[in-house]
Design a protein around this ligand. Structure first.
Ligand code: SAH
Length: 240
C-alpha cells in the first residue's frame, strides 16, 4: 500500500508543564505512581483564554498530549528494553511507552485539580504527572470514564503497578526535609519516598549497593544509596 501524500504535520505548542522533575532520572514511568508530584500546565498565548477551557473544570481527569522534547533529538529505536522486564528483553517500540518513538509524542492521564486565572495567566492545576519541568504540551482532552476506563482490558507484560521499595532517611536528611517542608509547604518526604520507592535506577545498576545516587526534585538534590532491600537517603543538597 502506498503512502498517501499529506501536507507535513506541524503542531502548535499550546502549553508548558511546570513540575518538580528537573532531570529524567527519578521521573516515574507513568503518571499517578507518585501521588505527591503535583504540577501545573500553563496555557500559552493565544491559547490562554477562558473560552478554550470552558466546561473543562467539571472533569476530574484529562489526557495531556506532549512532546518528549528532551530525548527527541536522539531519534527513535525499533526495539527497546522495557524497565518493567528488568532490561533483559527487547520489545517493539509500539509495544512500549518508550520516549524514543518515530514521532516523539507522549500521552498521560492526569488529575485536574482546578483552573486558575489571573495576571494574564491561565493555569491548570494537575495531580501526579510523569513529565519533566518545561515539557511542551500540544493538546488537552477530557478523560471520559465511560469510554476510556476499561476494567476488563489486559495489561500485557505490565499487568499491575510495580511494588515500592522501602525508603529510609538518615537523621540529617530527615531534619533537612522537615526544614524544607516548613519553608515551602511542599511534601518533600512523601515525594522522595514515592519517587525513590519505584526504583528509578536503570536496569544495569539494579544489582549495585552502596553506590551514591543523586535525584533532583524541585531545587534539591536528594542523595541516596541502595542497601539491597531498602534505600537510604543520606543527605539533601541545595541546587543552584
Ligand atoms: N505517560 C506517557 C509517558 C511515559 S514515558 C506515555 O505513556 O506516553 C515516561 C518517561 O518519560 C518519564 O519516566 C521520563 O523519563 C520521560 N519524560 C518525561 N517528560 C519528558 C520530556 N519532556 N522529554 C523527554 N522525556 C521525558
Amino acid at each position: 500500500m502506498q503512502k498517501i501524500p499529506l501536507p507535513r504535520f506541524q503542531f502548535e505548542q499550546i502549553g508548558i508543564i511546570h513540575s518538580c522533575y528537573r532531570q529524567k532520572f527519578g521521573i516515574p514511568r507513568q503518571p499517578g505512581i507518585v501521588k505527591a508530584a503535583e504540577a501545573e500546565l500553563e496555557l500559552l498565548s493565544p491559547y490562554n483564554q477562558e473560552n478554550l477551557v470552558r466546561g473543562l473544570d467539571v472533569f476530574s481527569h484529562i489526557w495531556v498530549h506532549f512532546i518528549f522534547h528532551k530525548t527527541m533529538e536522539e531519534g527513535w529505536r525499533a526495539t527497546v528494553r522495557p524497565p518493567r522486564l528488568g532490561g533483559r528483553e527487547r520489545k517493539g517500540v509500539f509495544a512500549t511507552r518508550s520516549t524514543h518513538r518515530p514521532n516523539p509524542v507522549g500521552t498521560s492521564v492526569v488529575e485536574l485539580r482546578g483552573i486558575r486565572t489571573g495576571n494574564g495567566k491561565m493555569v491548570l492545576k494537575l495531580g501526579a504527572v510523569d513529565l519533566l519541568d518545561g515539557t511542551p504540551v500540544i493538546d488537552i482532552k477530557p478523560y471520559l470514564p465511560y469510554a476510556d476506563a476499561l476494567p476488563e482490558a489486559s495489561g500485557g507484560f505490565a499487568p499491575s503497578p510495580v511494588t515500592l521499595f522501602d525508603v529510609r532517611f538518615s537523621d540529617q536528611a530527615m531534619a533537612r526535609c522537615a526544614a524544607y517542608e516548613q519553608v515551602t509547604g511542599r511534601q518533600l518526604v512523601q515525594l522522595i519516598k514515592e519517587v525513590l520507592g519505584q526504583d528509578p535506577r536503570p536496569a544495569y545498576l539494579r544489582e549495585t549497593t552502596h553506590r551514591r545516587h543523586g535525584t533532583a526534585l524541585w531545587d534539591i538534590n536528594v542523595v541516596w544509596e541502595s542497601h539491597g532491600t531498602y534505600f537510604l537517603v543520606t543527605d539533601l543538597e541545595r541546587l543552584p
